[in-house]
Write a protein that binds this ligand. Structure first.
Ligand code: UD1
Ligand code: UDP
Length: 371
């Protein structure tokens, strides 16, 4: 091991999945890591299952902050992360994406004068009502190292006046994760037979964002639009439902259309298997828009905009909004596409490029094989 300790602050499903390749690359280079889990996600199906499946050791510490309003949740994280940074003095602290955990990690690092490295920097929805947009902008302006996935996202950072020497375009670490685990998912996952569905004969839905599911009418409209679009193609829709969405269904008393089958959230291998074999994917998730573009499955995004426009530029994604008529029109446009576009998110070496860009860390040639 080297003298450096690299800190990681994470707290939700997508952060675990997308930081896993960077954590693994640290270990490959003999660099010590200290992983602080905020506890924002705590259900096994959103949290521990990914550590197990992606071959990560459990976090070094779990702050067990749990669910709360934004201020209380982020504040509790800040206090806990600060203590951890004081105790471990990392060379750099990594955060990923745009969640409250990401913001807390970046703020704590910045105030403690620890260099903050932001993986998946530069994404913008230009929708100030999304809490994630506030988080992203703040994080990008306080981080020392910014790792935008694409040239487009790097350009957005430059437009905001962020100095060039902080920016390195690396691709998205989700490509690394998909390339590492896709074959294993294809051979080990039994999800198709468990659900009794056949390759190419079903649609997949994920919807969990606050702006989709916390608004009763919006949630009902997207369910109705997806059900109609899939009925037209005689496809059943599989919907692994996020707990936030499940809570809202119950609270609003929404009747889910028969076309849509609700199931528990899936582990990464089962989810990848469904994503790569679905006829069409409907989603409001950022990660799912990326993964479908990597796996060659056409995607319809149930939002009015996206911070991943590259997926639409290559023809992998149609941003449909939330009206049933626009969802059915987008589904007609996307269904049956060959999926032969080039992925816009890089070549699966994002984690290697990210560590190479941090001068205090050993470069890829200095790798000592783990014992
Ligand atoms: C958070 C992120 C969002 C990200 C998503 C990934 C913010 C502001 N939002 O949204 O950007 O896309 O994670 O999935 O950071 N709950 C459980 N078990 C859990 C966690 C949550 O049941 O392990 C339920 C609770 O009822 C909670 C609700 O889900 O109130 C929402 O959780 P929260 O962490 O506030 O936000 P997410 O919707 O998960
Ligand atoms: N995912 C999963 N199981 C599921 C649904 C999603 O493993 O049942 C994974 C998916 O492969 C992707 C990530 O979760 O990598 C996306 O997370 P989410 O949609 O919660 O958040 P977002 O990307 O929108 O922030």
């Amino acid at each position: 091991m080297t003298d450096s300790t690299v800190g990681f602050v994470l707290g939700t499903r997508p952060e675990i999945i997308k930081l896993a390749p960077v954590i693994q690359e640290c270990h490959r280079r003999g660099v010590d890591t200290h992983i602080v889990h905020t506890g924002q996600h705590y259900s096994d199906s959103l949290d521990a299952v990914f550590f197990r499946q992606l071959g990560l050791s459990p976090p070094d510490v779990n702050l067990e902050v749990g669910s709360d309003d934004h201020g209380a949740q982020t504040g509790a994280m800040l206090a806990g992360i600060e203590e951890e940074l004081q105790a471990t003095e990392p060379t750099v602290v990594f955060v990923q994406g745009d969640t409250n955990s990401t913001l807390a990690g970046a703020l704590a690092g910045s105030k403690m004068d620890v260099d903050v490295a932001h993986v998946e920097a530069g994404l913008r929805s230009f929708d100030d009502e999304m809490p994630e947009e506030t988080n992203r902008v703040i994080i990008d302006h306080i981080a020392e190292y910014l790792f935008p996935p694409t040239a487009e996202t790097a350009a957005l950072l430059r437009d905001e006046g962020i100095p060039e020497d902080r920016i390195t375009v690396t691709g998205n670490t989700i490509v690394d994760a998909v390339e590492t685990f896709d074959n294993e998912a294809a051979t080990s996952s039994q999800i198709l037979s468990e659900l009794g569905v056949s390759e190419g004969q079903f649609d997949l839905l994920t919807a969990h964002r606050a702006e989709t599911v916390d608004d009763r009418e919006a949630f009902e409209r997207i369910l109705s639009g997806v059900a109609r679009a899939s009925a037209q193609a005689e496809r059943e829709v599989i919907y692994p439902i996020h707990p936030r969405a499940e809570d809202r269904l119950e609270e609003f008393g929404i009747a889910v259309p028969d076309q849509i089958r609700l199931i528990e959230p899936l582990d990464f291998f089962d989810f990848l298997r469904l994503e790569s074999t679905a006829d069409l994917v409907f989603t409001d998730s950022g990660g799912v828009q990326e993964e479908t573009s990597i796996l060659g499955t056409p995607c319809v995004t149930l939002r009015y905009g996206t911070e991943r426009p590259e997926t639409a530029f290559v023809g992998a994604n149609c941003v449909a909004g939330r009206e049933p008529s626009s969802i059915t029109a987008a589904a007609t446009q996307m269904r049956g596409k060959a999926g032969d576009w080039n992925t816009p998110f890089g070549d699966g070496t994002a984690a290697v490029q990210i560590l190479d860009a941090i001068p205090e860390l050993p470069d890829r040639e200095a790798v000592t094989a783990p014992e």
